[in-house]
Design a protein. Sequence first.
Length: 129
Amino acid sequence: MEFDSAFLQSQEKRLREKQAQLQSDLAAISDRDRGHHGHGGFVPKYPEMGSDNEENAAEVAAYESTISAESVLEKNLELVDEALKRIPAGTYGNCVQCRVPIEAARLEALPEASMCRMCASPVSGVHRA
């Protein structure tokens, strides 16, 4: 299935908006990793709440939460970036696993989708006729 240019332009716009939002969200909780310590280019900010034991415990808890959020945001940004690369390559909308076209409804719901429902399903992996 080939998608028309209007659909692709709409999807690219949505992906760019999502990319900007994810970058903004990441900037709020992390800094760019200039020393390549992290795996994806961002390092979570460490909160400074004080020096007593209760404040230190709160800092660690907040930092652990920030690490989790940063990881999810970074992974989502990676998926969006990859989807944006597939548009000019002419592969957007095709499953990266089986090359079958991804349903338009799935792409509208999740523009960064890289796999069809069948390949994305953890319990399947084999297409049925």
